[in-house]
Write a protein that binds this ligand. Structure first.
Ligand SMILES: [Fe+2]
Ligand SMILES: [Fe+2]
Length: 401
């Protein structure tokens, strides 16, 4: 049983949490502490899997507690519970906290975060990845725009209008979102010209994830990436995004999931960006060796770092508190057979899309694809159909501005 520790100086909030989580008493061992010092006493007495803490507390605050826990108990997943008013202080905890939940607490969101934390927990307990992540000094931050959209999504009366307007305030983001929506990826007959329309068309969650992906790519130093041989990473990510969307739409006719494949593909190689930016001198020879086709990239990464770009990417997405499906796909896109959770089709779609993107010019449709995994899912017979469909797909008019 996982042990979850909740820390808040307001007794009423702790009572509220206890009430919300009553149905989970048999699944989790839940402990409640009234201050940072009390929380540290709990830590000294038993192992804690997940900590959910408030930020504003008298005497020692949440930042102090997060720092202590990160240093002394690095294997505990750290979740911050904060209100919009705590935005300033929340930003100070990037790198200290793995996930953020906004107050007032919504039961579903809290439970999802705790469940997701269990996945993240298995990831961060890999000692090699832990060591690697500690070496990364500049983890890209979660964009302010994303923070605003998430806060709006969690608000009691949210609307497409409001979210569209938030995007409209950011000129660069507006341009990119419109460019993507109007690209051949989405097959629109009429051009969309304003962000509110784009938001209506794509759906709130997709716009949120799109804003994040676009921001993530724009944060990296282009010259550095070019020097690392990663100048094509954006094109590759877009191609995988488009292919994943085609494949997932075919696999899953749930209209709510219509475009999820796109963002999954867009973020799948995030770990490469992070490694390139943080450890350029060590990562460049690895990339070059892989380029010479001496060994697969993930095997080289494992030998050099003890963890792969898939692990690093999934870790960062977990830190940002993204949906489990995004983490799962990122973590397993090279080795789908190691994944056993509920998003097997999504993992398969991005895995196939990635192999297609790397080998679309080759006649063999199965190149690099883990066929046993596809056989187990019963989707092998669709492979040549998808290959043909993806092959027709053009990237015309799509450049990253
Ligand atoms: Fe990859
Ligand atoms: Fe890739």
């Amino acid at each position: 049983m996982k042990t979850i520790l909740f820390v808040d100086d307001e007794i009423n909030i702790l009572h509220g949490l206890r009430r919300i989580l009553r149905g989970f008493r048999t699944e989790y061992d839940m402990v409640f502490a009234n201050s940072a010092d009390e929380a540290l006493e709990v830590f000294a007495n038993k192992p804690i899997d997940v900590m959910v803490t408030d930020l504003r507390m008298p005497e020692h605050d949440g930042v102090y507690l997060l720092e202590k826990v990160r240093n002394q108990y690095p294997y505990t997943v750290r979740i911050v519970l904060s209100g919009y008013a705590d935005r300033e202080i929340s930003l100070r905890t990037v790198g200290l906290a793995h996930q953020f939940i906004s107050k007032p607490v919504n039961a579903d969101i809290l439970i999802k975060a705790i469940q997701r934390a269990s996945t993240l927990h298995t990831l961060i307990t890999q000692p090699e990845l832990q060591k690697l992540v500690l070496r990364l000094n500049s983890l890209p931050s979660l964009p302010d725009l994303y923070y605003k959209i998430v806060a709006e999504l969690n608000a009691p009366e949210t609307s497409t209008q409001k979210i569209g307007k938030i995007i409209a305030m950011d000129m660069g983001m507006t341009a990119r979102v419109l460019q993507l929506v109007n690209s051949s990826f989405f097959g629109l007959s009429n051009r969309i010209v304003d962000p509110v329309q784009a938001t209506t068309f794509l759906g709130l969650e997709t716009v949120r994830d799109l804003a994040l992906s676009l921001h993530v790519f724009s944060q990296f130093n282009e010259d550095l990436l070019a020097d690392m041989g990663l100048a094509k990473l954006w094109d590759h990510s877009l191609t995988v995004a488009g292919f994943s969307k085609i494949i997932l739409q075919d696999l899953n006719h749930n209209p709510k999931q219509r475009d999820v494949g796109f963002v999954l593909g867009l973020l799948h190689d995030l770990g490469k960006l992070v490694l390139a930016q943080n450890l350029p001198r060590l990562y460049k020879p690895v990339l070059m060796e892989a380029e010479r086709n001496e060994k697969p990239l993930i095997q080289l990464e494992l030998e050099r770092f003890g963890a792969t770009h898939s692990d690093v990417g999934a870790y960062l997405l977990g830190v940002w508190g993204l949906d489990e499906v995004v983490m799962a796909v990122t973590a397993f896109h090279h080795e789908p057979e190691n994944y056993v959770g509920e998003f097997r089709y999504e993992v398969a779609a991005v895995h196939i899309a990635n192999c297609f993107a790397n080998h679309i010019d080759k006649t063999d449709a199965t190149l690099g694809i883990h066929m046993d995994y596809l056989n187990a899912l019963g989707i092998t017979n669709q492979l040549s159909f998808w290959k043909e469909k993806c092959g027709k797909f053009t990237m015309e008019g799509l450049r990253y501005g």
